[in-house]
Design a protein around this ligand. Structure first.
Ligand code: ZN
Length: 330
């Protein structure tokens, strides 16, 4: 927007009141590298910061239960970036300031997915947050793109003062050497990464495996969404009044397909039928509530709302992403 603020002081004042920057871009923008992957959103009195970890590419063949032509039609409709490696898929984590406490939901890949990802900790610092100030880390499940980031590159606790929360069912499955030995050998690294990630928190007495009825951090609700993993969990954080954010982890991997066709499953769902049932149930719930949603694999910042479409008996949904804007006072 060209703005001659010297000639239009009233316009400049009005723009500033709206929170629109009138300064030119810094010179470094000439490099045309991406800016830090940080996005802020106020939800009532909750202060949410989306943190970008990087992108992975999911082969389209890993989407199950859908005719390939139908899948491709959905990907084309939504102009999803695709390479020969697959469908571009963001990896996100979410920091929520609730009252005086900082909660982080998921932590990204750290070094588990190679050097192109692993940006959550750096982006958290870029957002002006000190990792030692994070009080709770809530894991949606124990897959490496969600929990490897609890460690620094040298294997120390990235969030040294935080308590780590994981569902009991995921803890039982992923942290038990007996389950690992029964699983196909190709999956063994996933078990090893999970055990390595939580070990220092367990040693420090700050790892909590939670089941029904167990105490949780203030304002946090556990919404069981099993299927992608045995104990996959969506975390709802409540603010004052009606304000809430539901962080749904891996309820959706292929946003362009699985909202339109919730029956489409992902190859790495541990129980595909259960994952489909959880997705259908949760999509209906968040659409009905009209609440804020954040997803680990939705296009960054991965925050917005789910809207029900059509009147068919087979429900279909659309993703309505948030809009960048100024942050008002809660
Ligand atoms: Zn994931």
């Amino acid at each position: 927007m060209p703005t001659n603020t010297r000639r239009f002081p009233k316009l400049a004042a009005a723009l500033l009141a709206l929170g629109v920057a009138t300064n030119p871009l810094p010179a470094a923008a000439a490099d045309f590298t991406q800016v830090p992957g940080v996005y802020r959103q106020a939800i009532g009195d909750l202060q949410v910061t989306a943190l970008f970890d990087g992108v992975a590419f999911l082969p389209v063949q890993q989407l199950k239960g859908m005719p390939p032509a139908k899948t491709q039609a959905s990907l084309d409709t939504f102009h999803v970036p695709q390479t020969q490696d697959g469908v571009q898929t963001a990896v996100n984590a979410y920091l929520v300031r609730r009252g005086g406490e900082l909660l982080l939901v998921d932590t990204g890949t750290a070094d588990c997915f190679g050097p192109a990802l692993g940006q959550v900790l750096g982006n958290l610092r870029a957002a002006g947050v000190r990792p030692e100030d994070v009080r709770h880390v809530l894991l949606t499940h124990a897959h490496p793109d969600h929990l490897c980031g609890v460690l620094t590159a040298d294997g120390q606790m990235a969030y040294p003062n935080a308590t780590l929360w994981l569902s009991e069912a995921d803890a039982r499955y992923w942290l038990d050497p007996a389950t690992r030995d029964l699983a196909p050998e190709a999956m063994h690294p996933l078990f090893d990464m999970a055990r390595r990630a939580v070990a220092p928190y367990q040693a420090a007495g700050r790892f909590k495996a939670v089941g029904d009825g167990d105490a949780l951090p203030a304002g946090v609700e556990r919404v069981a969404t099993p299927g992608h993993t045995p104990g996959h969990t969506s975390w709802r954080v409540h603010g004052s009044g009606q304000a809430s954010l539901l962080v749904w982890g891996d309820v959706v991997h292929y946003h362009a397909v699985q909202l339109r066709h919730p029956e489409a499953a992902f190859e790495y769902d541990s129980d595909r039928r259960q994952a489909v049932a959880s997705r259908k149930r949760l999509l209906a719930e968040v659409a009905e509530r009209g609440e804020w949603v954040a997803g680990a694999h939705l296009p960054f910042p991965g925050m917005g709302h789910v809207v029900r479409e059509g009147r068919h008996s087979a429900a279909s949904y659309r993703w309505v992403p948030t809009e960048f804007g100024p942050i008002g006072k809660p």
